[in-house]
Write a protein that binds this ligand. Sequence first.
Ligand code: 13P
Ligand code: SF4
Length: 305
Amino acid sequence: MKNSELIDEINKLKKEKNAIILAHNYQPAEIQEIADFLGDSLELCIKASKIEDADIVVFCGVDFMAETASIISPDKKILLPDLGAYCPMADKLKTEELIQAKKENPDAAVVVYVNTLASSKAEADIVCTSANASKVFESLSQDKVIFAPDVNLSQFGNASVNKELMVVPKDGNCYVHKAFKKEDVANIRKEYPDAEVVVHPECDKEVQDAADQVLSTGGMMKLAAESDFETIVLGTEVDIISRLNRECPGKNYVPLRKDAICETMKLHTLEKVRDALRDEKYEVVVDEDIRKKAIVSVQRMLDLA
Ligand code: 13P
Ligand code: SF4
C-alpha cells in the first residue's frame, strides 16, 4: 500500500476513534509528518498532562515515554505501535539497585531521568529530563543526590550546584550519545569553521566541553528557530534533522555523526500506526500501585516547568 493511502487510513481512524498521535523528535520523518504533536521528552510529558479531548493516544517513541503518558493520563488508552520500542539505557536500570542505594543513603534526594521505567519513577522524589536537569538539581534541598541512570546527564545537571552524587548504575549511558567523541567535534569544526556545534547532555563531558552549547532536542529546535547561525552541527540522533529541515528551513543542519541512530525509535512505521489505531494495540498500562507512586515524582517535575 502506498504511503498516501496509509496516511488517509490513519486520518480516518483517528477521527473515528477520537485519537491523537504524539511523537518524539527521533522518530523517522514519515512518522513526524503524521504526528499531531512532536517534541522532546519534557514537551511530550507536558502535552500528555494537557490532553482533554482525545480517548486514544498513539505514542510514537520508546516504551518509557508511553508509560509516562499513561502515568500522567491514566484515563486515556495509550498505544505503542511496536512493543519492541524500548530504551536500552532505561532497561538496564534495575529498580532493586535504586532501592538498595536509597537504603544505604537515606538522607539523599532521589532523582531519576525520565528515561526509566515506571517502577523506578515510583522510587524517586523527582523526575527530570534533558531539558530541565539543572533546574531540578537546583530545586533540591538535600546535599546528597542518588541519580539514575545516565551518568553524563547527572553531571550536567549537577554542574551548577555540585552536590554529592551517586549514580545507579555506575556506568549508565545511552549508546547513541556515548559514540560521539571529542575528535568528532574537532573534525567537524575543520569542515565547518563557522558552524555552531550543539550536543545533547547524554554525550560525554569532553564532548560537551568541546561543543558550543549543550541542549535537549527541544532546545535544539528553539535554537534553530531563534538564532542566525547559518550552519548548525547537531550532536544527537540524526532524525532531529528531519524536523529541523521541515520546520526551520533555510539553514544548513549537519549531523555530528551520520551513524547516530537510535534503532528502537525507528521501529514504528505508518503501517504499524495504522494497525495500532485499527486494533487498539499495544496498550501500555502501568500497575495502579506503581502509578500512584510514580505520579508523585512526575508531577513534582511538571510543577517546576
Ligand atoms: P530529549 O528529551 O532531549 O528529546 O532526549 C530524549 C532521549 O531519549 C535522548 O536520548
Ligand atoms: Fe534511549 Fe539513547 Fe534511544 Fe534516547 S537515544 S531512547 S536514551 S537509547
